[in-house]
Write a protein of this length. Structure first.
Length: 488
C-alpha cells in the first residue's frame, strides 16, 4: 500500500519533500512509510535524503495536566469564590503534588491570598498551561517563552523526528520487479535464466549464525588449566589409557591390597580382559617387598602381598596411576628434575547424585626434584590457584596411602561466603619413590583436584548432571561464555 503510493506519486511528481506530511495526507503510518522507503532505497528505486525536526512532546505529568487541568487552576477552583478556606482543609481536597505545585504557581500568579486562610484575589482565571499542552499534543508549534516555561516545569521534552525526502532513483520503475534470488536447475533447463533479473549479491550480509562446534565448559576450563600449567613450565603426561592394572593404580602407590578403595564397590574391575599381560618383574618384586616387610626406613604393612590382586585390570580411579608410570620411567634415567601435569578422565563406582558421577575428570600436577619440602608444595599451590583466581587458601592435614604429609586444599569462595574444599595434595612417600630407583634426596610434591568442581563454581552450575552425561543441558553448553577464569 505505502509502496504503491510512493512509486505512483513519484511517477507524476519530482519528489516527496517530507515523508511525514506524505504519510499524514494519505492516512498512512509514518513508520510503515519509512520502512518502505528504506527498502526501495536499498534496491535504488528511489533516492532518499534524511530530514530531522526537533519537536516537543508531553511528559507523563504534562499529559495528566492536559487532561485534568493545571495544578494552579485545580487549586484556584477548590478555593470558594467568596470568603476563605483554611489551608489544611484545602490540602485535603487535592492530591499532594497538585496542592504543592498549585500553591506555588497560583501564589506566583497572584490568583490567591496565601496564609493560614486562603482566599481568591481574582474572579476568573484561564488555564493557559492546559491550553498550551493540548496545542503541543496536537503537534502545533508554540512561542519560545511558552516552550521555556513548560520545559522548566518538566511538562514537555524535546524529541527528534526523523523522516525522508524522496525522489526517483537510478532503478526507478512504477512497480517493483520481482528479482530472482537463486539460480535453479529448472531455470537452466527452461533457459529462462537469460531473461531473469537476479538480486544483487550482498557481500555485507552477515549470513547464518554458525550452529555447530560449541565447546563444552569442561573443555574450555581444561584448556585454560592446561595453559596455566604450560606457563608454569609443566609438561603434559600421556593419559590415553583408561584401563589400568591394579599394580600401577594402587600397589605402586603403596596402597595396601585390603584398602577399601580396592573393593568393587568403589572401583570398576574389568571382566574381559580381567588381568594385565605384563608387569616389570624386578620392580614388582621390590613393590611386593615394601608392602610386606618395608625397607628404606619403613616397616611395611606386614601382610601377604598377592600377585593376583596386582594383575587385576580396572578403569583407573585416579590419574595418579599415570603419575606412577611416568615417575617410574623418570627414575630409570639419570636424575633430572621434572614438572608434570595431566587432565583427564577417571572412574569410580559411586552412587550418582547432584555432585557425583561415576566418571569425572582429574587435574593433577607434580614436581620432582632434590630436596623439595612441604613449603615448596604450599608455594606451588598458591601460585597455581592464584592463576585460577583463588588467592585465599587454607590447608588441612589429611591422609593418603601414598603421600606423607598430605593436605586437603580449601579456597575461600566469595560468592558462597565460606571455605570450600578444592583439592588434595601431598609429598609422595619414600616407600613409593625409593623402590622406583630415585636417589635418596629426591622428593615429589603433587596435588590433584576434579575439573568438574571449579567448572561448576565458575559457570554457576549446581547439578553435575546438567554438565556431563546423557542428561546434559545442550542449551547451557551453547550459551555459556568462552572465558570464566579469573573471577571468584
Ligand atoms: N589421587 C588423589 C585423589 O584422587 C589426588 C592426589 C594427587 C593427592 C596427588 C595427592 C597427590 O584425590
Amino acid at each position: 500500500m505505502a509502496e504503491e503510493a510512493i512509486l505512483a506519486y513519484l511517477e507524476k511528481n519530482e519528489q516527496i519533500s517530507d515523508s511525514g506530511n506524505f504519510a499524514a495526507e494519505l492516512g498512512l503510518d509514518h513508520n510503515d512509510v519509512v520502512n518502505v522507503i528504506k527498502s526501495l532505497h536499498g534496491f535504488r528505486y528511489v533516492d532518499a535524503q534524511d530530514i530531522k525536526r526537533e519537536t516537543w512532546v508531553l511528559t507523563d505529568e504534562g499529559r495528566k495536566y492536559a487532561a485534568e487541568g493545571s495544578p494552579e487552576v485545580q487549586l484556584f477552583l477548590a478555593v470558594p469564590p467568596e470568603g476563605s478556606i483554611p489551608k489544611d482543609e484545602l490540602q485535603k481536597k487535592l492530591a499532594p503534588a497538585v496542592f504543592k505545585i498549585g500553591c506555588s504557581q497560583a501564589g506566583k500568579n497572584r490568583w490567591v491570598e496565601m496564609g493560614k486562610q486562603i482566599s481568591r484575589k481574582v474572579q476568573h482565571v484561564e488555564d493557559k498551561v492546559k491550553d498550551l499542552l493540548l496545542w503541543v499534543q496536537d503537534g502545533h508549534a508554540i512561542e519560545k517563552d511558552d516552550i521555556n516555561s513548560l520545559k522548566a516545569r518538566k511538562l514537555i521534552v524535546q524529541q527528534t523526528w526523523k523522516g525522508y525526502s524522496v525522489s526517483k532513483g537510478p532503478n526507478y520503475a512504477p512497480k517493483r520487479k520481482k528479482v530472482a534470488t537463486d539460480l535453479t536447475r529448472e531455470n537452466l533447463q527452461r533457459g529462462d535464466w537469460k531473461e531473469l533479473e537476479f538480486k544483487e549479491y550482498n557481500f555485507n550480509a552477515k549470513g547464518q549464525p554458525a550452529e555447530g562446534g560449541h565447546l563444552h565448559p569442561l573443555l574450555k576450563v581444561r584448556k585454560q588449566l592446561k595453559d596455566i600449567f604450560l606457563q608454569m613450565g609443566f609438561e603434559e603426561m600421556p593419559t590415553n589409557n583408561f584401563v589400568e592394572s591394579s599394580f600401577w593404580n594402587f600397589d605402586v602407590l603403596f596402597q595396601p591390597q585390603q584398602h577399601p578403595a580396592r573393593d568393587s564397590h568403589d572401583t570398576f574391575f574389568l571382566e574381559e580382559p580381567s588381568t594385565t599381560r605384563k608387569l616389570p618383574e624386578d620392580y614388582v618384586e621390590l613393590v611386593k617387598r615394601v608392602h610386606e616387610s618395608g625397607g628404606y626406613g619403613s616397616r611395611g604393612y606386614g601382610y601377604d602381598w598377592k600377585r593376583e590382586e596386582a594383575d587385576k585390570n580396572l578403569l583407573r580411579t585416579h590419574t595418579t596411576a599415570v603419575s606412577s608410570r611416568m615417575l617410574k620411567a623418570l627414575a630409570e634415567k639419570p636424575f633430572a628434575p621434572k614438572k608434570y601435569f595431566s587432565i583427564d578422565r577417571v572412574f569410580r563406582n559411586e552412587a550418582v547424585d547432584r555432585t557425583h558421577l561415576a566418571e569425572f575428570h582429574q587435574i593433577e600436577g607434580l614436581v620432582c626434584d632434590r630436596g623439595l619440602t612441604l613449603g615448596d608444595l604450599i608455594g606451588v599451590l598458591h601460585d597455581f590457584f592464584a592463576r585460577l583466581g583463588m588467592s585465599k587458601l587454607r590447608f588441612k592435614p589429611a591422609y593418603n596411602p601414598y603421600t606423607e604429609p598430605s593436605m586437603e586444599i580449601f579456597s575461600y569462595h566469595e560468592g558462597l561466603g565460606k571455605w570450600v574444599e578444592i583439592g588434595n595434595s601431598g609429598m609422595f612417600r619414600p616407600e613409593m619413590l625409593l623402590p622406583m630407583g630415585f636417589p635418596e634426596d629426591v622428593r615429589v610434591i603433587a596435588w590433584g583436584l576434579s575439573l568438574e568442581r571449579p567448572t561448576m563454581i565458575l559457570y554457576g552450575i549446581d547439578n553435575i548432571r546438567d554438565l556431563f552425561g546423557h542428561k546434559v543441558d545442550l542449551g547451557l553448553i551453547k550459551r555459556n561464555p568462552i572465558c570464566r577464569l579469573g573471577m571468584d
